[in-house]
Design a binder for this molecule. Structure first.
Ligand code: MOS
Length: 694
């Protein structure tokens, strides 16, 4: 409707940018009601067993302590869908770090001191926290994360692999990864006149509200959950987490406002993590690299209280043509914290293994790795036979290779020296599914000519307010400045979480629909707009009920150049370039930020991030930012993110795919492949720290 220039796609500046850098933007722990109490959780100090005694009386005598909540006196809750939220409900300890008490005091310092002094006695059992490829507890689950089939078979993999001219059989392992958002999980809750108000650091306040209502037996209208600003989540805040349950319990129990902030060192055990995986990939091809047989078999772990299966074999169902394939998962329940979503769960791990194996095939078949992928490009989704709504992986590979300067490239590894450094380049493909779910939204036309959008979307740092304003302005045909967007409260129209790279698509669809409906109503007005304006509220249940006949995914290609120090074993990324096909890009500025942010996370996955489980104590050993190394500025080189202008009519009214997660998918494989090209040795475990490289 607008003429020039189109507001959708323009690099509009984040609406809350100034608020964030001046401290005006408030996060969950920064709302302090008068009389607010401070709570400090107490983690179990055993790897498995039962609580036999909690000596609460000793710490109740300490300065400033108001209350000690344990399984003996905490409010009884309805059993939640996610057993990880059933905190202080029983004496059982499923893993080390599981919360066994909550100390509530008049200051954070007094709460922390009392929590440290609390004596808890246990019946202790020896935990099993070690994943092995032949763990006796392994089984094939019905479903992996995101509803993926546990096992899929097509054709005759074993026969086709056995007779293939070129064979790759490689096993890759990754240890656990932690999301570690900048803002720890935090909640501030108060119970006043029968209404529960909670500021929670969450990726989706509507879900938190609904979960609290069910657990506390309250009507949804009696609860307001606010997540106005969220300092990252990467999936760890995609589901409600114990901080919000603990804060709600404590305010209900004490009648006073209570704040719970998880200390960084406790987070590894209670907010989910990327599960370790052991992935065997076998590829059989003709001499020219055309794949005949492909198997991707994943071994992973879950906890004893909830099944979560990292769906790492799923990308192999979508990426490359192979007439014979087996893709499956096996999982075992260990005495560990429950793994969960971490940026591109499934795809990030799975594409590390698959794209590393593709590089091994390129070497074995003597085919350039870019060309190898082009040769195995499918016409339709291999596993389902559905047509792709759009793909453009070949364009990403070709255009990325051109911009990166991929050729000329001598494929021989281990020969490019700069003093004590060895240099190499690597490539890997990326993919991430298009996900979208039902959302509601309202659009209001005010008598002064401005518009107001209301929707419980969440800004986890991505710029949700901004892009929703762009979508609304575009749909209304008005300047961006005349649209105001209210998000971040469960009192607003119900909306799904910021997760699965689906936020903008899901929210945007309902915002677009509300705005177009509003425009129609405004055109239909006989008289002037009434003084109170006009409001339209819609949802997209009907649109979501229609299942798309298309295979819908975003694709991309990563190119990396690395240097490997032959004396210290240190790997450094010199250049990283990503080329993406992700539908229409709705805001060039914030999209680039998401792509490069995820690629940076991919550098961490490849080189610095990793978390071991201590087999004796059952603990994650890297549980703070001093030992769990996220890339610092000096680790991050020039990162370039580019995209193809992709037109796809089978998505949503904006024509967008998700962009939050695809940036991390494939990055680690590109870096690992470059390391092989540099040193001539294939390393099959992440992260590639100096001890692994030397
Ligand atoms: Mo993302 S791991 O679905 O927040």
């Amino acid at each position: 409707m607008t003429q020039t220039p189109r507001v959708l796609g323009s690099p509009a500046v984040r609406r809350e940018a100034a608020d964030k850098v001046t401290g005006v933007a408030r996060y969950a722990a920064e709302h302090t009601a008068p009389g607010c109490l401070y709570a400090w959780p107490v983690p179990a100090s055993i790897g498995r067993g039962r609580i036999t005694a909690v000596h609460a009386d000793e710490v109740l005598a300490l300065t400033g302590v108001h209350e000690v909540l344990t399984h003996e006196n905490a409010p009884r809750l309805e059993p939640p869908d996610d057993a990880n939220l059933a905190v202080l409900q029983s004496a059982d300890v499923p893993h080390r770090g599981w919360y066994v008490a909550l100390v509530v005091a008049n200051s954070p310092e007094n709460a922390q001191a009392a929590a440290g002094a609390l004596r808890v006695e246990y019946d202790e059992e020896k935990p099993d926290v070690t994943l092995t490829a032949d763990h006796p507890g392994l089984y094939t689950p019905q479903e992996a994360n995101a509803g993926a089939a546990g096992l899929r078979e097509r054709g005759d993999f074993d026969g086709a692999f056995a007779s293939a001219a070129v064979q790759v059989d490689a096993t890759y392992s990754m240890i656990a990864l932690h999301n570690h958002p900048m803002e720890p999980h935090a909640a501030t809750a108060w119970w006043l006149d029968g209404h529960l108000t909670v500021y929670d650091s969450s990726q989706g306040a509507s879900t938190v509200r609904d979960t609290l209502a069910a657990m506390f037996g309250l009507r949804q209208e009696k609860i307001t959950v606010l997540s106005e600003h969220v300092g990252g989540g990467f999936g760890s805040k995609g589901t409600p987490r114990p901080q919000v349950v603990l804060a709600a319990m404590a305010t209900r129990h004490t009648g006073l406002p209570v704040k719970v902030v998880f200390p960084r060192r406790q987070m590894a055990a209670v907010v989910g993590h990327r599960a370790p995986t052991i992935q065997r990939v076998r590829i059989g091809s003709d001499t020219d690299g055309v794949i005949r047989a492909l198997a991707h078999e994943v071994v992973t772990q879950t906890s004893t209280i909830r099944e979560f299966v990292e769906q790492a074999a799923v990308p192999a169902r979508i990426m490359y043509t192979s007439p014979n394939s087996r893709t499956g998962h096996r999982v075992t329940a260990l005495d560990v914290p429950t793994p969960s979503w971490m940026r591109a769960p499934g795809e990030a791990s799975g594409m590390y293994a698959l794209e590393s194996a593709m590089d091994e095939l390129a070497v074995a078949a003597g085919v350039d790795p870019v060309l190898l992928r082009l040769r195995n490009e499918p016409d339709e989704e291999p596993d389902s036979g559905r047509p792709f709504s759009s793909r453009h992986l070949t364009e990403c590979l070709a255009e990325g290779a051109r911009l990166f300067g991929w050729q000329p490239r001598d494929p021989q590894p281990g020969i490019r020296r700069e003093g004590t450094l060895l240099l190499g380049t690597g490539v890997a493909a990326a993919m991430y599914p298009v996900q979208v779910s039902a959302s509601s939204a309202s659009a209001h036309a005010a008598a002064d000519g401005t518009f107001r959008i209301r929707i419980n979307a969440t800004d986890i740092g991505t710029g949700a307010r901004t892009v929703l304003a762009q979508i609304a302005a575009d749909a209304l045909g008005v300047p961006l400045e005349s649209v105001r967007v209210d998000i971040g409260s469960s009192d607003l129209p119900h909306a799904p979480l910021a997760g699965g790279s689906s936020g903008t698509a899901s929210w945007g669809w309902s915002v677009h629909k509300a705005c177009r409906t509003l425009v129609e109503r405004l055109h239909g007005l006989v008289n002037e707009l009434p003084a109170q304006g006009l409001t339209v509220t819609v949802d997209t249940e009907e649109e979501m009920a229609k299942e798309s006949p298309y295979s819908r995914h975003a694709f991309g290609a990563h190119f990396a150049e690395v240097q490997v120090d032959t004396v210290t074993g240190e790997v450094r990324v010199r250049r990283l370039l990503g080329m993406f096909a992700a539908g229409r890009i709705l805001n060039a500025r914030t999209a680039r930020s998401q792509f490069t942010g995820a690629m940076t996370m991919g550098i961490g996955m490849a080189l610095t991030e990793g978390s071991h489980l201590d087999p004796v104590f059952g603990d994650f050993t890297e549980n703070d930012l001093a030992s769990y190394h996220v890339p610092a500025n000096a680790d991050v080189p020039e990162i370039e993110a580019h995209w193809i202008d992709e037109e796809d009519d089978h998505l949503n009214p904006m024509g967008s795919k998700g962009i939050g997660e695809i940036g991390i998918v494939g990055t680690a494989a590109a870096i690992g492949n470059a390391v092989h090209h540099a040193i001539g040795v294939r390393l099959r475990e992440l992260p590639l720290t100096p001890d692994v490289v030397l």
